[in-house]
Design a protein around this ligand. Structure first.
Ligand SMILES: Cc1cc2nc3c(=O)[nH]c(=O)nc-3n(C[C@H](O)[C@H](O)[C@H](O)COP(=O)(O)OP(=O)(O)OC[C@H]3O[C@@H](n4cnc5c(N)ncnc54)[C@H](O)[C@@H]3O)c2cc1C
Length: 377
């Protein structure tokens, strides 16, 4: 007889770890399964930091969701005694009519967000380690900052365990099936049955949710840590998180957290891959060039040659918005997929929504725009 649970969470990365904690807090008898040992370097929730910000122009309902997430991350900090969210402010620079500036200003106006434009003279004075050009606009989102991504996953797993969740690491789910009686999950170590299943498998949704017929694509993304000259380290350590829209794409970077380097990356673009297990984890000159040529010249005292790197994955949905819904054919199966490179900040709120959908079949959170109904599946 397979071991039996109220609910199984498949995948314990950014979203799954938060979902496991949310279910366990509600007293659900829950099992979480991951093929690796989260936090790990093989999925989408690693690399030190994730930006958290409110100015979301893509859809008005993202803003109330991220508002709630800000509060929930602070609650997780209180629950676990960890520091997870650091408020640094976020500086956005780019063409006035570009997506970064224009989109953020539209979101700010619509939601009365605390975003101010900084006149050029003032940018140089306030941020001497950053370089601004020509007639670019610069705006500042005061309450934004970053999350310590691995610590967040650890904190959620710790909270889940404290509330009685069972966790299996290093165990791969081979397949799952659902019927009116519930779900069965078959792994490389055994079988489990449960009333419900929540699939939070990140890039592996391409395989585990292939029956949905949604054409997910996986993008290879490289994070680079560049050495900072001693003269600029203090300014980078106490400065904001920053994003520059340039002709070559949207680039971003974080404050100096280790006293020696800054983490830099290109948000847009990325080589597409079909199999997350075959992703190329080597660093190539073509990974470094865009950042070295377009972002590093805007940063004082930053070496164009990175000291280290890691490779991560964006799982893109066709419209780049998340999918949070019940499975159209199996109501006992709920899923989060296609987080499209911007989902981490929302993890506790998406976890709450997944918990509502799985246990009650509906949620009062504003998640209708994330439903599968927008695709013909
Ligand atoms: C470079 C980079 C920068 C980003 N920057 C930001 C940012 O600044 N702000 C932001 O909000 N978001 C950002 N994101 C996006 C965000 O990090 C992701 O949307 C989020 O982490 C995805 O979480 P997930 O739980 O869906 O996937 P993952 O964290 O990858 O979790 C999926 C888990 O499922 C497990 N799994 C898969 N298949 C199986 C199986 N068969 N059996 C058992 N376990 C399985 C995997 O081992 C993995 O642990 C960024 C992403 C990347 C890659």
């Amino acid at each position: 007889m397979p071991a039996t649970f109220d609910c199984i969470v498949l995948g314990l990365g950014g979203i799954g770890s938060a979902t496991l904690a949310a279910l366990a807090r509600r007293g659900v008898r829950v099992l979480g399964i991951d093929r690796f040992s989260p936090p790990h370097e093989y999925g989408s929730s690693h690399g030190e930091t994730r930006v958290i910000r409110r100015a979301y122009p893509e859809h008005p309902d993202y803003v109330p969701l991220v508002d709630r997430a800000f509060r929930q991350w602070r609650e997780l900090e209180s629950e676990t005694g960890r520091e997870l969210l650091t408020r640094t402010g976020l500086l956005l620079t780019g063409p006035r009519d570009g997506d970064t500036i224009d989109g953020s200003l539209r979101a700010a106006a619509q939601h009365q967000l605390d975003i101010v434009e900084i006149p050029r003279g003032e940018t140089r004075e306030r941020f001497p380690h950053l370089r601004f050009e020509g007639d670019e606009a610069t705006i500042y989102e005061q309450d934004a900052g970053f999350l310590r991504v691995e610590d967040c996953v650890e904190a959620n797993l710790e909270a889940a365990a404290a509330h009685g969740a069972e966790q299996k690491f290093g165990e791969t789910v081979l397949n799952w099936s659902a019927s009116e009686a519930g779900v069965r999950v078959n792994t490389d170590r055994g079988d489990y049955s449960a009333g419900r299943l929540i699939v939070t498998a990140g890039a592996w949704a391409t395989r585990l949710l292939s029956d949905l017929g949604v054409p997910f694509t996986v993008r290879r993304k490289v994070l680079l840590w560049h050495p900072v000259d001693e003269s600029a380290r203090d300014a980078f350590a106490s400065g904001p998180t920053y994003m520059f829209e340039r002709a070559g794409g949207v680039f971003y970077g974080f404050p100096c957290l280790d006293g020696a380097t800054v983490k830099l990356a290109l948000h847009t673009g990325g080589e597409e891959t079909t199999d997350p297990d075959q992703i190329d984890r080597q660093l190539h000159q073509s990974d470094v060039e865009p950042v070295a040529n377009a972002l590093v010249p805007r940063l004082a005292g930053v070496d164009p040659a990175p000291a280290r790197h890691t490779v991560c994955m964006y799982t893109m949905s066709p419209d780049h918005n998340f999918i949070i819904d019940r499975h159209p054919r199996f109501p006992s199966v709920t899923l989060a997929a296609g987080l499209s490179g911007h989902g981490f900040k929302f993890a506790p709120t998406l976890a709450e929504a997944l918990t509502h959908l799985s246990l009650e079949g509906r949620s009062d959170l504003p998640i209708n725009f994330l439903s599968l109904a927008r695709f013909a599946v």
